[in-house]
Design a protein around this ligand. Structure first.
Ligand code: UT7
Length: 320
């Protein structure tokens, strides 16, 4: 029997209508467009409406991805939602999305790997497709981070936003799609980036807390390291990468990774300016943007690299 691969056959994304600019934020906290843009590369972020939940953003991104893939909702047999801002503690946001879309033939569940969630989700779906049991998977990263933001804390509230991005992964017998991957975590770093409360914690509600400098240092070393690892695993070298899509957390982290990996500027996708850090949604959103604007073409070798709270980090190398 020939080997099974999984290829991305459709992408979609959604950003809420409301835009919060750096100038808007400078009226809320002691900050400026100049500080935010030079330190992070962010110009604006989108904020979900009061009646919009993570599942609503996910539904819109998934609908577009299915349309782009030419796939009917009933053909999907696996739905994975990566999020750190689920609508409810339970049931899963994935089951809410399943209900809203009438995705009756899929098994749906959430995963939580913070900003690495979409990359982790791709690897899980790849394994399930390779098993031969699943054929059409949807992986969506969706967040309403504005709901867990301390809007008085200028060190975090300028960085994050809301949105969703999705990809359709389909089984194929051709050697394309996901060629290699690596995902990692290190629980020693749980305290440098976290929500300060939760249903089973002593503090039941909380906001995003981050030791920015520590996260920055880890990101600039771990992202290039794991990127090289997966490209080599596929028997390729970094010069074979046609399109590099890193997590969009800070333009300075992306630029440091480019320098370390010696990837030329024209090969990287940078969309952070328009949406800020949306955790698990960043990579699929950037992927969708790159497909739509022609930066990413069929047959390109694509490197996706993420890192986030946990600490978690991961890379996927694929032929698009
Ligand atoms: O996806 C999850 C992963 N998260 C990340 O990747 C984030 C990683 N970290 C970062 O991106 C950066 O560390 C930040 C953007 C969060 C901060 O940049 P930094 O260059 O590390 O700045 P800093 O924390 O050292 O702060 C420099 C100064 C401080 O003032 P003093 O102590 O020098 O007087 C801060 O109080 O900037 C001040 N500051 C601000 N000033 C204006 C901090 N936030 C702001 C702000 N506006 N919003």
């Amino acid at each position: 029997m020939s080997e099974i691969y999984s290829e991305i056959v459709g992408t979609g994304s959604y950003l809420p209508e409301k835009v919060l600019t750096n100038d808007d934020l400078s009226k809320m906290v002691d900050t400026s467009d100049e500080w935010i843009f030079t330190r992070t590369g962010i110009k604006e972020r989108h904020i979900a409406a009061d009646d919009e939940c993570t599942s609503d953003l996910a539904v819109k991104a998934v609908e577009k991805a299915l349309e782009n893939a030419g796939l009917k909702v009933e053909e999907v047999d696996l739905l994975i939602v990566a999020t750190i801002t689920p609508d409810l503690v339970f049931p899963s946001t994935a089951c809410l999305v399943q209900k809203k879309l009438g995705m009756k033939n899929a098994v749906a569940f959430d995963i939580q790997a913070a900003c690495s969630g979409f990359v982790f989700g791709l690897t899980i779906a790849d394994g399930m497709i390779k098993s031969g049991v699943y054929k059409n998977a949807v992986i969506v990263g969706a967040e309403t981070l504005s709901r867990i933001m301390d809007w008085n804390d200028r060190t975090t509230c300028v960085l994050f936003g809301d949105g969703a991005g999705a990809a359709v992964l389909r089984a194929t017998n051709e050697k394309k799609g996901i060629l290699s991957y690596s995902i990692k975590s290190d629980g020693d770093y749980v305290d440098i980036l976290k929500a300060t409360g939760g249903p089973s914690a002593t503090q039941t509600s909380g906001f995003i807390f981050m030791e920015g400098k520590e996260v920055f240092k880890l990101a600039v070393s771990r992202m290039p390291e794991i990127s090289k690892e997966v490209v080599e695993k596929a028997g390729c070298s970094i010069s074979d990468v046609d399109c590099f899509i890193p997590h969009q957390a800070n333009i300075r982290i992306i630029d440091a990774a480019l320098k370390n990996l010696d990837i030329p500027e024209e090969k990287v996708v940078k969309s952070i300016q328009y949406h800020g850090n949306i955790s698990s949604a960043c990579i699929p959103l950037a992927l969708d943007i790159a497909c739509k604007n022609g930066q990413l073409k069929k047959g390109d070798n694509v490197l996706l690299t993420a890192m986030g709270a946990g600490f978690t980090w991961g890379s996927v190398f694929l032929k698009f």
